[in-house]
Write a protein that binds this ligand. Structure first.
Ligand SMILES: Nc1ncnc2c1ncn2[C@@H]1O[C@H](COP(=O)(O)OP(=O)(O)OP(=O)(O)O)[C@@H](O)[C@H]1O
Length: 266
């Protein structure tokens, strides 16, 4: 019998990281991708993670989502401490409680849009709740495209299928890694509006990595990383404030390199 994942925490924090470190490799060639990150991600909020290339954004997202094991520290989703779950329970938590949206849409080409959307439920042996499925499909604007296969859909429509697939299990948190990275600006804006809508109307928690200050402007909060460390955050961000903060990060990073000869944390 499947082991049910632990209950959702009620302290308003959907995901918490403490002392989170991730090192790739050993010895002199080791890379410290994350270096002692402490962060709380509020439930029912849209958080963007930003920072220069190589600052650890994707590594952080993967560690928070239980896709990658930590070198040190803890990650909690709801009241589940990921480090204490064995592989089976971790798989169940990811399957039942977490939704993913990736830059590449990762749809199965042989399945229709509808079959792709309900795939996580099918894998879990669960039937879709028809009312909820209708609501999710309507929210992503795909009601008249459900029988199309991915090759018959535009990139924006494919990503909207992927967002619907992430929402259909009513996960505690949706992790999105550069969800607009493969889209033109109009389709990207639609996907961002959709994620925003999921937060506003479904009380969904969304955590998104992005390079795009316009995309980050849709979030409630922007978390800035540099060299594997949390640097600062912005609440109610605008594109301009995000751009200013990123420019400030580059100055700090350049100063660090000038003084030490290498970037901090490496
Ligand atoms: N599997 C891996 N093996 C070795 N090093 C890795 C691995 N994955 C990431 N790294 C290194 O960890 C650091 C952080 O990488 P990460 O992909 O998290 O950064 P990022 O901020 O998402 O970068 P980008 O914006 O370019 O996608 C980089 O120095 C990267 O080269």
């Amino acid at each position: 019998m499947p082991v049910p994942p632990p209950a959702r925490a009620t302290d308003g924090v959907a995901v918490a990281a403490r002392g989170l470190s991730k090192r790739y490799g050993d010895g002199p060639s080791a890379v410290v991708a994350l270096d002692g990150v402490d962060l709380d991600f509020a439930a029912g909020r849209f958080t963007a993670i930003m920072g220069p290339s190589g600052s650890g954004k994707s590594t952080l997202l993967h560690c928070l989502a239980g896709l990658d094991r930590l070198s040190a520290g803890t990650v909690r989703i709801g009241d589940a401490d990921l480090g204490r779950l064995d592989d089976r329970r971790l798989t169940l938590l990811r399957r039942d409680r977490v939704g993913f949206v990736f830059q590449k849409f990762n749809l199965l080409p042989a399945l229709t849009a509808e079959e792709n959307i309900v795939l996580p439920l099918a894998i879990a042996g669960r039937r879709p709740d028809p009312g909820w499925l209708r609501q999710v499909v309507a929210a992503v604007g795909l009601t008249d495209r459900l029988r199309h296969r991915p090759a018959e859909l535009s990139g924006g429509q494919q990503q909207r299928v992927a967002v619907a697939r992430a929402l259909v299990t009513r996960p505690w948190v949706v992790f999105a890694d550069e969800p607009t990275g493969n889209l033109d600006s109009r389709s990207g804006a639609e996907v961002l509006r959709l994620l925003r809508e999921a937060v506003n109307t479904l009380d969904q928690t969304v955590i998104m990595v992005t390079h795009d200050p316009v995309a980050a402007g849709h979030a409630d909060r922007v978390v800035l990383l540099a060299d594997g460390r949390f640097v600062r955050d912005l609440t109610a961000p605008t594109t301009e404030r995000v751009l200013d903060a990123l420019a400030g990060l580059d100055l700090v990073a350049a100063g660090g390199r000038d003084r030490a000869g290498t970037a901090p944390g490496r």
